[in-house]
Design a protein around this ligand. Structure first.
Ligand SMILES: C[S@@+](CC[C@H](N)C(=O)[O-])C[C@H]1O[C@@H](n2cnc3c(N)ncnc32)[C@H](O)[C@@H]1O
Length: 243
C-alpha cells in the first residue's frame, strides 16, 4: 500500500494544500470563460471535477488510481453531474493535441516526471490556453535524506522552489507564468467537511494504514516547516504545431 492508496481508502475529497475552500477561492479569482472545456489532472475522488461541472464547464478528469476514480464516478452520479472520467497517467494524457481550454491541477505534478507531464499539459491545451497548477513547493533547505524520505513515503518525485517551477514552465514553452498564491508553510490541509466523502471504514483498523498515518505525522513534523505551496498560472504556447 502506498500513500495514494491511503488517500483513496480515506476518501479524502480535497487532498491539496488549503483544501476545498482554497479551490473555491481560486476559482472565484480566475473567472474562467463560460462553457470552457477543462481537463482536471489527478482528480482524486472528484470533488473539484464535480464542482466544475456544476458551474457549467465541460469537464474531463483523469487519475492514475482506479479506487480514486471509482469514488469520483460515484460522487458524480450522486451529484447528478456529467464528468468524463478516464484512468490515465498525467505523463501520457489520452487526449488529442490542442483539445482543452484549461488544464487544472491540484497537488499532482510533484508525483510525476515533471518534464513529460508539463509537456503533456502544453500539448493538450489549445494555443494560449490556461494552465492552473497548485503544488507543494520547497520553502526551506532540502537535504538528500529529506528528498529520499518524501519520495519513499509520498512518492514525491520533485521538490522545487516556486522560482524553479516558474523556470520549468517557461522552459516548456509556457508564457505569462505567474505565481498567484504563495505560502511558505503548508497551512491547514483538507479540513473542509466533504458531505460525499466515502471512507473505507474497514481500513481504519488496518495495521499498515495506522503505521502509515503515524509515519505521515512524523514526516510532517520533521519536514513540514521547509514545505509550502504555490498556485501557478500560465498560458500555453501559441503557434507551435497548432492546427
Ligand atoms: C495528493 S492527491 C490530490 C488529488 C486531488 N487533486 C485533490 O486535490 O484531492 C494526488 C492525486 O494524483 C494522482 N496521481 C499521482 N500520480 C499520477 C499520475 N502520474 N497520473 C495521474 N494521476 C496521478 C493520485 O492518484 C492522486 O489522486
Amino acid at each position: 500500500m502506498d500513500y495514494h492508496d491511503l488517500l483513496a481508502r480515506l476518501g479524502e475529497g480535497s487532498a491539496h494544500p488549503g483544501g476545498f475552500s482554497a479551490t473555491l477561492q481560486l476559482l472565484d479569482s480566475l473567472s474562467l470563460p463560460a462553457g470552457a472545456h477543462i481537463l482536471e489532472v489527478g482528480c482524486g475522488t472528484g470533488r473539484t471535477a464535480c464542482h466544475l461541472a456544476h458551474l457549467g464547464y465541460r469537464v474531463t478528469a483523469i487519475d492514475l488510481h482506479r479506487h480514486m476514480l471509482d469514488k469520483a464516478v460515484r460522487r458524480a452520479r450522486k451529484e447528478r453531474v456529467d464528468v468524463r472520467f478516464i484512468q490515465a497517467d498525467a505523463a501520457a494524457l489520452p487526449l488529442p493535441d490542442h483539445q482543452v481550454d484549461v488544464v487544472f491541477i491540484e497537488s499532482v505534478t510533484i508525483f510525476t516526471p515533471w518534464r513529460k507531464t508539463i509537456a503533456e499539459y502544453a500539448r493538450v491545451l489549445k494555443p494560449g490556453g490556461l494552465l492552473v497548477d497548485r503544488e507543494m513547493v520547497l520553502s526551506g533547505r532540502k537535504t538528500e535524506l529529506m528528498s529520499r524520505r518524501l519520495r519513499q513515503f509520498y512518492g514525491i518525485r520533485t521538490l522545487a522552489t516556486a522560482g524553479a517551477w516558474k523556470k520549468r514552465l517557461r522552459g516548456c514553452g509556457f508564457s505569462r507564468v505567474q505565481v498567484k498564491e504563495h505560502s511558505r508553510t503548508m497551512g491547514k490541509w483538507g479540513v473542509d467537511h466533504d458531505p460525499l466523502r466515502e471512507m473505507d471504514m474497514n481500513w481504519l483498523e488496518d495495521k499498515r494504514m495506522q503505521r502509515m498515518s503515524r509515519t505521515n505525522d512524523r514526516l510532517l513534523l520533521k519536514y513540514g516547516k521547509r514545505l509550502g505551496y504555490a498556485v501557478f498560472t500560465a498560458r500555453a504556447p501559441v503557434g507551435s504545431g497548432s492546427e
